[in-house]
Design a protein around this ligand. Structure first.
Ligand SMILES: [Cu+2]
Length: 263
């Protein structure tokens, strides 16, 4: 349940068991590389997928859309509530659908309703992006999407080589965030789309707690990607909104990338 290892760990009364876990807003589909046109199913889950841990209840998202060739495709009408049955609890999540027709990138964006984290008495809002690509045609992935806070990828996020590196730049209102704190998450457990439950995780987190990177004075960070799969990066509290309903708000920027083994 940790928010900021540098600023909160010493003051918040968090449990030992929660100290290693990082909240991550998922925008998940099993394979982001799309060959055939059609509707791509997506799950929105607020979860701890590295440790296959606690699932948090999502409210109705404020926004859910795709950007394709610079144009916005609203996806709110595609959402339907589901229950995601995590290993330790069940929580409210959403199924959505992305109409993929032409070739190119589809940047998926969710702006969730802030979530009240009871262990810290603060709200968390993770504005999250993930990417689909059809037919290897690059169209949108290099662009910032004008979000309150976001991570802009400098590596094509759907095709990262396992064993290489990923570089991103943290922005808030389009400006770099020097020294941003970024939590790194491996999606050790991936959702089973039909069962609304995790598949068996391939690995577990290390004993050392959250994996953390710090951005440089221009908001850039780089992380070595040690294995294939989905990797998430969450810049904590980088958004401009700092309060919601009378409590502290951590407005975070999440990006998901997919790494692959060479065949
Ligand atoms: Cu947590």
């Amino acid at each position: 349940m940790i928010r900021s290892v540098l600023t909160l760990a010493l003051t918040a009364g968090m449990s030992i068991a929660g100290a290693a876990s990082a909240h991550f807003q998922l925008v998940y589909t099993p394979d982001p590389l799309i060959a055939e046109a059609g509707d791509v199913p997506v799950k929105l889950i607020f979860w701890h997928p590295f440790e296959n841990g606690h699932v948090m209840d999502m409210g109705q998202p404020r926004e859910f859309y795709a950007i394709h060739r610079g144009e916005k495709i609203d996806l709110m009408q595609s959402l339907s509530p589901v229950t995601f049955n995590g290993a330790s609890n069940a929580a409210a999540a959403f199924d959505g659908s992305v109409p993929v027709k032409r070739s190119g990138d589809y940047v998926l964006v969710v702006v969730p309703e802030p979530y009240l984290e009871p262990s810290e008495d603060i709200y968390i809002q993770q504005i999250a992006k993930s990417y689909l690509n059809r037919n290897e045609v690059p169209t949108d992935w290099t662009e910032p999407q004008g979000l309150a806070t976001e991570i802009v990828p400098l590596m094509k996020p759907t095709n990262v080589i396992a064993g290489s590196t990923f570089t991103g730049q943290v922005l808030a209102n389009g400006q770099p965030v020097p020294g941003a704190e970024i939590e790194v998450e491996f999606m050790a457990a991936e959702p089973d789309m039909a069962a609304n439950a995790p598949q068996a995780p391939g690995v577990q987190p290390m004993r050392g707690g959250a994996v953390v990177a710090i951005a440089d004075d221009r908001g850039y960070f780089t992380f070595g990607i040690p294995r294939a799969g989905y990797w998430g990066f969450a810049a904590l509290g980088t958004g401009p909104e700092t309060a919601f309903e009378g409590k502290e708000l951590s407005q975070d920027a999440v990006i998901w990338i997919r790494a692959w083994d060479m065949e």
